[in-house]
Ligand binder design. Structure first.
Ligand code: SF4
Ligand code: SF4
Length: 210
C-alpha cells in the first residue's frame, strides 16, 4: 500500500518537474538557426576559407612560398612587365588555416574570410580556382556564392584604439626598506703596544778600546 502511494507521488512530482523545465524554455530565445537560410555570424577573428581578391594580387609568390603545406598554386607567363598570372588556386584539402599567407601579403589581397561551409562530395572540388569561377563545379567561388546568397562577408576590421598618454606624474614614493646598518668595526685593543726594551747599559771595561 505504501509503495502504491510512493509510486503515485513520484510520477506526479517528475511530471511537474518536467513541465517546469518546458515552461521555462518557452520564454527563452531559440538558439538554433534555420540553416542554410539563416547563417551564423562569426566572431571577428574567425578564420574561414582563405579568399584572394585577384584585382589586388600582383602574383609576387610570397604567399605560396610561405605556405607551410604548399597548398597555394600560382602559375605565371612571361617576364618583367609582360609577366601575367594564369592561375591562382588554393587546395583546401591541405590548408591548415594558419594565416601565414594573409599576414604576409604586401597588397592585402589575400584574406581570411568568414565563409565556413564548403561541404563537398568530391575532394577535387576543394581545389579552389580564383582566376576562373566557371571552373568551379560546386558553389565554392565567391562570385557563385554571392549570387546564391551564400557568401559570408568578413566583418570590417576594427581600428585599434589610441593608447592613453603615459602618466607623467612622479610615482609616489614608496617606503623603502631601511638600509642595513654597517657592520660594527671589530673592537680595537686599547692597550698601546709596549715600546721595545732599551739596550742594556755597557758595564765597566766592556766595549772599551784597549
Ligand atoms: S602574397 Fe598577396 S600579392 Fe603576392 S601572390 Fe600572394 S596574394 Fe598575390
Ligand atoms: S592559411 Fe596557411 S595553409 Fe592555408 S593557404 Fe594560407 S599559408 Fe597555406
Amino acid at each position: 500500500m505504501v509503495q502504491y502511494f510512493a509510486d503515485i507521488y513520484q510520477a506526479v512530482s517528475s511530471a511537474i518537474q518536467g513541465m517546469g523545465i518546458t515552461i521555462k524554455h518557452i520564454y527563452r530565445k531559440p538558439v538554433t538557426l534555420q540553416f542554410p537560410d539563416e547563417r551564423q555570424v562569426m566572431p571577428d577573428r574567425f578564420r574561414g576559407f582563405v579568399h584572394n581578391d585577384m584585382t589586388k594580387c600582383d602574383s609576387c609568390n610570397i604567399c605560396a612560398k610561405l605556405c607551410p603545406v604548399d597548398c597555394i598554386y600560382i602559375e605565371t607567363e612571361g617576364k618583367g612587365k609582360e609577366r601575367m598570372m594564369t592561375r591562382y588556386a588554393i587546395d583546401y584539402n591541405k590548408c591548415i588555416w594558419c594565416s601565414l599567407c594573409t599576414e604576409n601579403c604586401h597588397t592585402g589581397s589575400i584574406t581570411m574570410s568568414h565563409d565556413y561551409d564548403h561541404s563537398v562530395y568530391d575532394r577535387r572540388s576543394l581545389v579552389y580556382e580564383f582566376m576562373d569561377p566557371n571552373e568551379q563545379k560546386i558553389p565554392c567561388h565567391r562570385a557563385t556564392r554571392t549570387e546564391m546568397d551564400w557568401w559570408v562577408e568578413p566583418k570590417a576590421e576594427k581600428k585599434p584604439k589610441p593608447k592613453p598618454a603615459a602618466d607623467t606624474k612622479p610615482a609616489t614614493e614608496t617606503p623603502t626598506e631601511a638600509a642595513p646598518a654597517p657592520e660594527a668595526a671589530p673592537p680595537v685593543d686599547e692597550k698601546k703596544p709596549e715600546p721595545p726594551a732599551a739596550d742594556p747599559e755597557p758595564t765597566d771595561g766592556e766595549g772599551e778600546d784597549k
